[in-house]
Write a protein that binds this ligand. Structure first.
Ligand SMILES: Nc1ncnc2c1ncn2[C@@H]1O[C@H](COP(=O)(O)OP(=O)(O)OP(=O)(O)O)[C@@H](O)[C@H]1O
Length: 577
């Protein structure tokens, strides 16, 4: 019984009728004025408990739903009478089987538990279980897990995972319970991965807690449990370390992890700079091909005249300048994964050649008559709505079907409010380390500006902004004035200050088809070249004209930087050191 700031325990008899109310003779007496004298009645009979409203003034609710007639109570049900809450727990002995719980109901129950965490310093934990490869159905796993749990614990099926709520267990006990669930399920699902998150440390709302447990499960090795914690927002994938914290991103990466086990081609939709290449890397890294090459090709960045030889390779003498034979990207990726970024930008001729190679699993180098076998896992990505490209006749439908066996949507950064500060801090720390300066912290005002921005260039734009800020900020704290002016929006326009760094060109938005349709399009390669030139200029300014530092600021190899200075005819005065 939870009343005001105190809670107490009442045992029920094995059989009998119990009056609940303010009445002096009530078996369960509640003093609160919001409770009627004869408020409700419990009928206990052979392990079954039924609750009825006795026509009370403020009514009776079970798990938020008003009670009409006699309602059977299940362990963990929350009964509300006016301002008072009673939590019904069934200890030992038989209890009628609870009907399977739906996910929305578990979220409601978890929210109620979380209120108690705040008000009564109680504990609640959530375990998310990803079954991995298994012959058992999810309902079977739910049944098996349920049999091993206490009556007050709740389990539901959520997409392809199990979500378990464990109330009132302190840290160690919750960990033990989560381990126990894994063990009980191991004969059916030996590869299951479990994640454990607990309130209050991992979040104080149902979504945050489930997302934290999901993120932990995602990071867990098969057959084991991972406990949530601040470092778990990082997904360590070999040479890449990603921040994955928002619920939508965790779900996306869960899906990628499941897809990585099979050989299906994956098509990733996402705005420019949203992390499509990282998503493709995750598929490769988790797949059985991880030891083989991961080859990435940005289809919008290679000139049409070079694309064919780049993709398919050539033999010596195939064209002027081909003084030795060279394997193409498809051949180099054989056995591993080929990532085709901005695949919508491939020319019709190359689309046809690529389709043939994928269908026949063979290719012919330019100037060669021999066919060579290739074994590829394809992951493609685009910021365009590919079905619209097909409708408009710009993209082959047969190739679209080849590439899009599984489609994954990557949310834009503006829909990842939890990740934004984590990414900002991480990028700032990296930029400071690269620039050889002491770490900077980010003021609340600066974080406010960063959170309010729409990030059309997504994670890449955020990283560039923090690189710029790390190069220009003085003092130990990053203030809004250290950010490029375009981020400060109206303030800049009002003051008429010239922008220190102009915004990157707006990227066409995959999710906003009508807006995109009315926009004047330019070839993406042209926009990217402009952005690159602009960023190089800014980096040079920030680095006082020192090429090596400027190249470091934007993470470009020095030789590429020097080459592009000439290519873009950047006239700025530069020095090498
Ligand atoms: N979750 C993340 N954690 C850390 N860094 C990230 C994350 N997502 C993206 N980045 C970084 O942001 C930059 C852009 O990401 P990436 O190249 O994967 O985006 P993209 O969608 O493939 O871009 P494009 O549209 O240009 O192909 C990269 O430097 C990448 O490492």
């Amino acid at each position: 019984m939870l009343e005001g700031n105190s809670s107490s325990l009442r045992s029920l008899p094995r059989a009998g009728t119990l009056l609940i109310g303010r009445d002096a003779l009530a078996a369960i007496r509640l003093e609160d004025p919001s409770v009627s004298r004869r408020h409700a009645e419990l009928l206990v009979n052979e392990g079954e408990v039924r609750l009825s409203d006795l026509g009370s003034h403020n009514g009776v609710r079970v798990n938020g739903e008003r009670v009409v007639g006699a309602q059977v109570l299940y362990s963990g049900d929350v009964v509300t009478l006016g301002n008072i809450s009673l939590v019904f727990h069934c200890g030992e002995g038989a209890q009628p089987g609870r009907p399977p719980l739906e996910e929305p109901a578990l979220r409601v129950r978890l929210s109620e538990e979380l209120e108690r965490v705040l008000g009564y310093e109680r504990a609640v934990s959530v375990v998310v279980l990803e079954p991995g490869a298994t012959h058992a159905s999810l309902p079977e796993l739910v049944r098996t897990a349920t049999a091993s749990l206490r009556m007050m614990d709740l389990v539901c099926q959520s997409a392809n995972a199990l979500v378990v709520m464990l109330p009132e267990l302190e840290e160690e006990a919750a960990e033990e319970a989560a381990q126990n669930i894994l063990e009980v399920l191991s004969p059916l699902a030996p590869q299951a991965r479990a994640g454990l998150a607990s309130a209050p440390q991992d979040g104080l709302n149902a979504d945050a807690l489930i997302a934290a447990a999901r993120a932990a499960a995602l990071a867990a090795p098969p057959g084991s449990l991972q406990i949530s914690g601040p470092t778990l927002y990082r997904l360590e994938l070999g040479e890449r370390s990603l921040v994955v914290a928002d619920a939508a991103m965790v779900r996306t990466y869960e899906l990628l992890r499941r897809l990585s086990a099979c050989a299906l081609p994956v098509l990733i939709h996402g705005e420019t700079g949203s992390g499509k290449e990282n998503a493709a890397w995750a598929v490769h890294y988790w797949s059985p091909r991880a030891e083989k090459p991961f080859v990435a090709l940005n289809c919008s960045a290679i000139p049409e005249s070079l694309a064919e030889s780049e993709l398919f390779g050539y033999e010596r003498g195939a064209f002027s300048g081909a003084d030795k034979s060279k394997a193409g990207l498809l051949e180099r990726a054989s056995g591993g994964t080929l990532f085709l970024d901005e695949v919508a930008e491939l020319s019709p001729a190359l689309q046809a050649k690529l389709l043939r190679a994928l269908e026949q699993k063979r290719l012919t180098r330019l100037g060669d008559s021999r066919e060579r076998e290739v074994d590829l896992r394809i992951v493609a990505a685009t910021h365009r709505v590919l079905t619209k490209e097909v409708e408009a006749g710009r993209f082959r439908e047969d190739l679209f079907f080849r590439l899009s066996a599984a489609v994954v949507m990557l949310p834009p950064l503006r829909d990842r409010p939890r990740e934004l500060p984590l990414l900002a801090r991480a990028f700032l720390a990296e930029a400071c380390a690269r620039a050889g300066r002491l770490p900077l912290s980010i003021s609340a005002g600066t974080m406010g500006v960063l959170s309010a921005h729409s990030w059309k260039g997504n994670v890449r734009e955020l990283r560039n902004v923090l690189e710029y800020a790390a190069a220009t900020a003085s003092g130990p704290i990053l203030e809004p004035s250290h950010l490029p002016d375009y981020l400060l929006g109206s303030r800049t326009e009002a003051s008429g200050t010239p922008a220190s760094s102009s915004p990157p060109p707006a990227a066409p938005e995959a999710h906003d088809a009508p807006a995109a349709a009315s926009r004047a399009f330019r070839p993406i390669a042209e926009e990217l070249r402009e952005l690159e030139r602009q960023r190089m200029l800014e980096a040079l300014t920030a680095a006082g004209g020192v090429q090596r530092h400027a190249a470091q600021l934007i993470g470009m190899p020095l030789r590429t930087f020097a080459f592009k200075l000439k290519k873009y005819k950047i006239q700025k005065k530069v020095t090498l050191e």
